[in-house]
Design a binder for this molecule. Structure first.
Ligand SMILES: [Zn+2]
Length: 88
């Protein structure tokens, strides 16, 4: 396996489960290739950090608090909302 295929598999491995033979060939390549091991380490790091960074970039939602009675009416109108007997 060449670096080009290996990096492709490393990348795809984040989106799908690699087949047994793909994993075996990739593992063999990674044993001998520092560059691809480094590439995989970087992708793993990005995979962990990206959601955190995106969450920080997203504008904060201003929270609006509804009065209790308005909230009850909305919840009561929604289908499948369990009604509490104690409230009735
Ligand atoms: Zn390689």
């Amino acid at each position: 396996m060449r670096c080009r295929q290996a990096s492709q598999l490393i990348s795809e491995g984040f989106d799908r489960t690699l087949s047994r033979s793909e994993r075996r060939r990739l593992r063999l390549h990674l044993l001998t290739c520092t560059a691809c091991r480094r590439f995989r380490a970087h992708l793993r790091l990005l995979d962990r950090l990206l959601p955190v960074l995106l969450a920080q970039l997203r504008p904060k939602r201003t929270s609006v608090r509804l009065p209790v009675d308005a909230r009850r009416r909305i919840e009561g109108a929604l289908p499948g909302t369990p009604r509490k007997e104690a409230d009735a």
